[in-house]
Design a protein around this ligand. Sequence first.
Ligand SMILES: Cc1ncc(COP(=O)(O)O)c(C=O)c1O
Length: 392
Amino acid sequence: MRAVNAPVLANSVPPTSGPPPAVAERPTRIVVDLDRLARNLRLIRAHVGVPVMAIVKANAYGHGLVPVARHLQAQGVEQLGVAFVEEGIALRRAGVTAPVLVLGGIFGRQVAQFIAHDLEITVSSLDKLRQVEAAAEALGRKATIHLKIDTGMERIGVHSYSARGFIEAAVASRWCAVKGIYSHLACADDPHSPMTLQQLERFLEACAHFERIGAPMPLRHLANSGGVLHFPGTWLDMVRPGIVLYGVQPDPASRRTIPVEPAMSLASQVVYFKVVQAGHPVSYGATWAPPRDTRVVTVPIGYGDGYPRSLSSRGEVLIRGRRYPIVGRICMDQFMVDIGRDSAYNEDEVVLIGRQGGEAIAVEDLARLAGTIPYEILVGLNDRIPREYRGG
Ligand SMILES: Cc1ncc(COP(=O)(O)O)c(C=O)c1O
């Protein structure tokens, strides 16, 4: 996991400011392969044949909001999507100029910030439409909006069956430019779920109201990764992939219809070696003890980095091309690995996500072992872990 292509550390400082910060010395690294990210984007585009809104919320699914957004912009991605206005502002402050839609529900007090930073607004009720209009009028600048229709999530959005008045009000608005209309799929990860086609039907019925009233049809977008992978009918005018863009499958039931590859790997180094005698328990709570004398190494990463504690005595790592179990409870900053009678030395590379020799550990594997979804593993890896960017 050593850098080959002049890696860029996300938290590095300009060369004029002296020695690198201490955090750069940390052996634990997330490496993001920007070439893979670009390739995944190309594969998705080729598959769907419509523009892509790349979803970069939650620190670009743990890959680093600004470096990922910059790279996707350089690849000509049509649009970016984030969850919160502050994520959009961070992109603008970093010089990202691509169109950015904020997907989350808004508060009236935030509208001026949206407009000031040229961020597109999700309008999810008549009430919020009025708030956006009032703020835009007060500023004397039009707001760019996407109407959110609820077709089955029962989250934010106007129910598809009562969207007509909402659409009419948005079209009539003097201070809002309706750029898009969208909804979100609840079950598209499962290629066999009947819910997706039902949601598509409801969405198209709502959109048809633009034609009925003789208004121009805005951009219709519906497909998340599940939609992109399994339901061509949902691709419409633009798709909104998140997890598949990073090369991870949304669900064990998902079909690999696009040969994307993971952009993230995570590795550390052995920091300690010892022999643990039979019956001597390892880590907090003394929940695991070896049945015979064994060799145990310590790895300096823990739940304080967002590596899930639920992988205690369940997770696996790769050392010297072999797979070994995590034993005992994962601590805040370290965990222990049983290497049996094998050898490992201080500073040996420990792969937590990614490949080593002929072996690989995927985010999907960790999610299964931790009893969660790959999304939670990715976004949980926090900023204490330095990110290194290769390629691009
Ligand atoms: C509105 C919306 N669109 C698209 C996405 C991307 O989803 P996925 O990562 O499953 O592709 C999300 C993520 O939750 C979302 O909330």
